[in-house]
Ligand binder design. Structure first.
Ligand code: ADP
Ligand code: MG
Length: 393
């Protein structure tokens, strides 16, 4: 039941082979960038909160080479077509939609004064798309890394992540916070990335205990509500902060939210309670993890899920079910904590568990979920991995 993560080396050689088929040339530049999973701190990266993701060992790979023209010719596993972009012009949003992530990143380089030479590129990924694991951020940071290779330049890592975030805002119409692109760009093996989203400072914290395993369970459902739902939640938090009369959520206490409960009104009062609660839970979780205090960490993950379900209303019945199955397995069955991860409305859950029981837990999660829904989920373990990087250049 526990799926193996495709090896990055195999992914790269498959991508190079398809590149040769489609473009009849040899790829000389290879960039890889990972998706991410968030342990705790959800929907608060755009609220000056703390988040604690890590880069997973699943990657978007882009292989290609300069083509001596002024055009980018890009192709992906998602279709057979070759999309042609005129690099003499500033990039704008267009069709097909998947190419907008690349257009947005190219535009970020153009806006910094880079003259991008023509290139051919092919994209292959092992990050499940639309599963709350940020294949979109991985695609953006892989593109930025590919362009670094093409231009023989290196961006500051924070600047690169922010350029990618801007592409997601302006070319994919998703007003995301900084977590996904930071995780994909700053990822390191054996390290979680605790991000203070007020200062934009990522702190790499050790996560190398072999007795701990992180299971990712992709429910395989994606509810369409997500497009408007994300922006609506972000707006609620902005309205809440304005009503509370504060400059930052970091200046708001739970007592402040309670004191203004009626004035905030429903649902903004519940959205506000989530933000304030999730910020303190994430700080507490980082401290609990540092002292191996799993009896504290587990309930914090549970409270995070409940708050996302009831107050922030970004969960769905499939995510709730997957979390419920993990809760039933419980501490005696090796589960430390479980919650939805990512933006929600479908996607994946994260389950922190004891390594020696991980395989049995994955089997139970898969079989119980399938029994109840008729859907076969995708379940895999992941360890913190290297962020966006060039391979062999
Ligand atoms: P998530 O980031 O959670 O995976 P999104 O909806 O934000 O979900 O991003 C998924 C989109 O990213 C896809 O619809 C597609 O447009 C793009 N994408 C992801 N992987 C690839 C790929 N390998 N090739 C082309 N486009 C991709
Ligand atoms: Mg995304």
């Amino acid at each position: 039941m526990l799926q193996l993560n495709p090896d990055l080396t195999d992914l790269v050689s498959d991508a190079a082979a398809t590149f040769m088929d489609r473009f009849h040339g040899i790829a000389t530049i290879t960039a890889a960038a990972p998706g991410r999973v968030n342990l705790i701190g959800e929907h608060i990266d755009y609220c000056d909160g703390f988040v604690m993701p890590f880069a997973i060992d699943r990657y978007v790979v882009i292989v290609g080479c300069a083509n001596g023209t002024t055009q980018a010719r890009i192709s992906s596993e998602v279709s057979d077509e070759i999309v042609v972009l005129d690099l003499t012009l500033p990039q704008e949003v267009g069709e097909p939609k998947w190419a907008n992530y690349l257009r947005g990143v190219i535009r970020g380089f153009q806006d910094r004064g880079h003259n991008i030479p023509g290139f051919d590129a092919f994209i292959l990924s092992s990050v499940p798309g639309g599963a709350g694991l940020s294949s979109s951020a991985a695609l953006e940071s892989a593109t930025a890394t590919f362009l670094e290779g093409l231009l023989d330049t290196v961006l500051d890592t924070r600047e690169k992540a922010l350029l990618c975030q801007k592409a997601e805002h302006e070319f994919a119409n998703c007003p995301c916070g900084i977590m996904d692109q930071f995780a994909s760009c700053f990822g390191k093996p054996n390290r979680l990335i605790l991000i203070d989203c007020q200062t934009g400072e990522p702190e790499l914290i050790p996560f190398e205990n072999p007795d701990l395993t992180v299971l990712i369970s992709n429910t395989m459902v994606h509810h369409e509500l997500s497009d408007g739902g994300y922006a609506a939640r972000r707006k609620h938090t902005e309205d809440g902060l304005a009503i509370l009369g504060k400059a930052s959520w970091r200046d708001v206490s739970s007592a402040d939210v309670q004191a203004h409960w009626e004035k905030l009104g429903d649902p903004i009062n519940r959205r506000s309670r989530h933000v304030v609660g999730e910020i303190s839970r994430t700080i507490a979780a980082a401290a609990a993890l540092a002292r191996n205090d799993f009896e504290t960490l587990g309930p914090l993950m549970a409270a995070s899920h409940d708050s996302l379900r009831d107050d922030f209303e970004v969960s769905c019945k499939e995510l709730d079910l997957m979390v419920e199955i993990a809760r039933k397995i419980g501490r005696s069955g090796g589960v430390i904590g479980a919650r939805m991860t990512g933006g929600g409305f479908g996607g994946s859950t994260v389950t922190l568990c004891e390594s020696r029981k991980a395989s049995a837990i994955a089997t139970t999660l898969a079989s119980e979920y399938e029994k109840a829904t008729g859907i076969t989920p995708q379940i895999f373990a992941s360890r913190p991995s290297q962020g966006a990087h060039l391979i062999g250049k």
